[in-house]
Design a protein around this ligand. Structure first.
Ligand code: GLN
Length: 191
């Protein structure tokens, strides 16, 4: 099992550390030639979606990655990664991969509540810590399954091989969300 981690901007090192801790091979995707190696799953980290979106296009990573995701490559987007996957943004004109059938609100908690930590249930996993940093949330699903809510706001979703969280599991010690994603990758490999 090998996981590619988009490493053009944002909190990608934290994801690599979690994968290392789980003994899972991983590599950084920084330029087009990095896509020559095969991967069983892709992680889109948190960061700034506008910056990542621009870099993806400038580095010519956007179209090949979109094709891989559309072709069924398992993908896990955290925070800005969730924004990159959403097929609709309620407060932004931009669209990125647009492969995940959800409407996402960027910076949805406003400035005051921009960053916070809580614990909540995630379907198929149990109660986990959740760290939010200027986070989006999902306002509406149109096909995706809701896996977690915090204060009635949807913060984790799944659609086929795509998993997205508004929070940052890579910043907490609990490795269960990554394990969940790896099980999606595993099933997809076997399939
Ligand atoms: N606010 C960022 C954005 O809109 C996301 C924040 C994050 O990834 N921690 O892209």
């Amino acid at each position: 099992m090998v996981i590619g981690v988009l490493a053009v901007q944002g909190a990608f090192i934290e994801h690599e550390k979690v994968l290392d801790a789980l003994g899972v091979s991983n590599f950084e995707i920084r330029q087009k030639k990095d896509l020559e190696q095969p991967m069983d799953g892709l992680i889109l980290p948190g960061g700034e979606s506008t910056v990542m979106g621009k870099l993806l296009k400038d580095l010519e990573l956007f179209e090949p990655l979109k094709a891989l995701i559309k072709g069924g490559l398992p993908v896990f987007g955290t925070c800005a990664g969730m924004i990159l996957l959403a097929d609709e943004l309620s407060n932004d004109e931009s669209r990125y991969f647009a492969t995940l059938p959800v409407t996402v609100r960027r910076n949805a908690y406003g400035r005051q509540l921009g960053s916070f930590h809580t614990r909540a249930q995630m379907s198929g996993i149990g109660e986990i810590p959740m760290t939010f940093i200027r986070a989006p949330y999902v306002e509406q699903v149109h096909g995706a399954e809701v896996l977690a809510t915090v204060d009635d706001n949807i913060v984790a979703v799944r659609y086929k091989n795509q998993l997205a969280t508004a929070f940052h599991p890579e910043l907490d010690d609990d490795l269960s969300v990554h394990k969940y994603f790896l099980s999606v990758c595993e099933k997809s490999v076997n399939y």
